[in-house]
Design a protein around this ligand. Structure first.
Ligand SMILES: NC(=O)C1=CN([C@@H]2O[C@H](COP(=O)(O)OP(=O)(O)OC[C@H]3O[C@@H](n4cnc5c(N)ncnc54)[C@H](OP(=O)(O)O)[C@@H]3O)[C@@H](O)[C@H]2O)[C@@H](O)CC1
Ligand SMILES: [K+]
Length: 481
């Protein structure tokens, strides 16, 4: 599991660790790790040209100490001091002592930036708020345009560490070297889009961090542990039946795609309810097709309702049921929060940003800019597990003290019509197979993203390709077992 901790949590852990170490030891540890990553990126340190962008805080201090290490190994290092007179004193002394030079933001700074091999962005770290200040913007842009490798110290300057929002201009990095722990902003878009590759430098913070992080991202091993392996005595009913309520005369394809996802999610069988029966059976003869309404259909262990759905009793019937329910797409538009909160079994909502905005009575742009707050707010209001689809898919449960899951497998190829229908069926199937709602949603998103990557392989894909590659994604995670 990859874990991420918020700013106050990281600061508290740093304080506890610092109390046991000599003055300045922690920063030197961070800077040594940072310098080692830079040396690796440069290949040859001797004679290389480095520029440090140095803000007023400890983030600049890290950059200055790392610059000093590299200057001692023969790099030519210039430090652009953005907050004149307020640069970290110890770090600046170390750099000057190692032969580095201090620069103001005049012409020389821009000349050095243009010729640099590597730029260290030490403008702001976890202490920065509100995007880059105006005086930091021109040198940041010059760094980005220079052709140098841009290495962000701890975080790309200008992004918010705590929630991944970007409230102004930020400096896009090629590599981010972060200290002690991931911060949520390194995992969540839009900030995560600024980090480049992220390298974690261990500074000994682990024992001082709490057990429960603010955010976490499943890795292959976590998903493999969660996926069921059918035992010898399993029959289809023990593995769970998932009911799919989807599709309409206008959108018959949604039924086929939702069933395609549901068939690959580990449930023992799929029961389809809706007007798309013939289309579903033509493609998937193994589906159990029920006439009538969900209430009239036989028993299932979970329902997935919504993709391409027309008005009708479908949503009310499944809301009234006593099994886990996944609600997506059109069914979200008319959803009553009180009806969801009153349910006795878990509910999973799977909105994209536009549907999330409708659920919150907010603007879509607000949701996209503040994904973490949005997913938590919907989960709290509806008393449900919420999977917010998008550039980074997030999963939050109704309890505020449970970490938000960030899906690491997403790909922009997934932004294709019908791919959400596949995810609904898949996640509903995992619910029917007995997954807890947060696990069903996050494992569903994980396999779905991985299947899309395998299917795309660098080229555009269609939603049914994603469904077809779910078994390959499953095997990829479990090692084919
Ligand atoms: N604690 C530790 O032991 C360790 C900490 N470590 C490192 O320390 C970093 C945190 O350092 P920090 O707390 O000094 O904050 P930091 O991010 O440098 O910002 C500083 C100042 O920037 C300013 N500023 C704010 N917004 C701004 C903006 N938009 N644009 C421009 N300027 C802006 C504002 O100052 P102001 O100008 O308002 O007085 C603010 O006070 C952390 O990320 C890690 O790198 C590592 O060495 C490991 C050990
Ligand atoms: K930075």
């Amino acid at each position: 599991m990859r874990t991420a901790y918020g700013v106050e949590t990281v600061r508290a852990a740093e304080r506890a660790l610092m109390a046991e170490l000599p003055e300045g030891a922690l920063m030197r540890r961070a800077a040594a790790g940072l310098a080692a990553v830079c040396a690796g990126l440069l290949g040859r340190v001797y004679g290389s040209r480095l520029v440090l962008l140095v803000g007023s805080g400890d983030n600049g201090g890290d950059a200055l100490y790392a610059g000093a290490y590299l200057a001692r190994r023969g790099a030519r290092v210039g430090a652009v001091l953005l907050a004149a007179g307020r640069a970290h004193a110890g770090g600046l002394a170390a750099l000057l002592g190692a032969g580095g030079r201090a620069l103001d933001t005049g012409a020389e700074a821009y000349a050095q930036l243009a010729a640099a091999d590597l730029v260290l962005d030490g403008i702001t770290g976890i202490g920065g708020h509100g995007g880059l200040r105006p005086d930091a913007v021109p040198p940041a842009r010059a760094a980005r345009e220079s052709g140098a490798v841009v290495v962000a110290v701890d975080l790309p300057s200008g992004v918010e560490a705590g929630d991944g929002t970007v409230r102004g201009e930020a400096l896009r990095a090629d590599v981010t070297v972060t200290f002690g722990a991931y911060k949520p902003g390194l995992l969540i878009d839009p900030a995560a889009g600024y980090t480049g590759a992220v390298r974690l430098v261990d500074i000994g913070l682990g024992p001082y961090l709490p057990d429960v992080p603010e955010a976490e991202a499943l890795q292959h091993a976590d998903v493999a542990r969660l996926l069921p392996v059918p035992a010898g005595e399993s029959d289809k009913y023990r593995r769970g039946l998932v009911g799919v309520v989807a599709g309409s005369a206008k959108y018959p394809g949604a039924a086929v795609l939702a069933v395609a996802g549901a068939l690959r999610g580990g449930a023992g069988g799929v029961r389809y309810v809706g007007p798309g029966g013939p289309a579903v059976l033509a493609r998937f003869p193994e589906t159990l097709v029920s006439e009538g309404t969900p209430a009239e259909a036989g028993r299932v262990q979970a329902w997935a309702v919504g993709p391409g759905l027309a008005e009708g009793p479908g949503l009310d019937d499944v809301l009234a049921s006593d099994v886990p329910v996944l609600i997506d797409a059109d069914a979200l538009r008319t959803l009553d929060a009180a009806a969801v909160r009153a349910r006795t079994a878990p509910t999973v909502l799977t909105p994209h940003a536009g549907e999330a905005a409708a659920l919150l009575g907010a603007e879509r742009a607000e949701v996209e800019a503040g994904r973490l707050a949005a997913v938590r707010e919907i989960a709290a209001r509806y008393g449900a597990t919420v999977l917010l689809k998008g550039s980074t898919t997030l999963v939050a449960g109704p309890a505020p003290d449970v970490p938000v899951r960030v899906n690491p497998t997403g790909t922009s190829w997934l932004a294709t019509a019908g791919s959400g229908d596949v995810l609904s069926g898949l996640t509903g199937s995992l619910l029917a197979a007995g997954f807890a709602p947060r696990d069903a949603a996050s494992v569903g998103a994980y396999l779905h993203g991985l299947a899309a990557r395998l299917a795309a392989d660098g080229a555009p894909l269609a939603a049914h390709d994603v469904a077809d590659h779910l078994p390959a994604a499953w095997r990829n995670v479990t090692g084919g077992a």
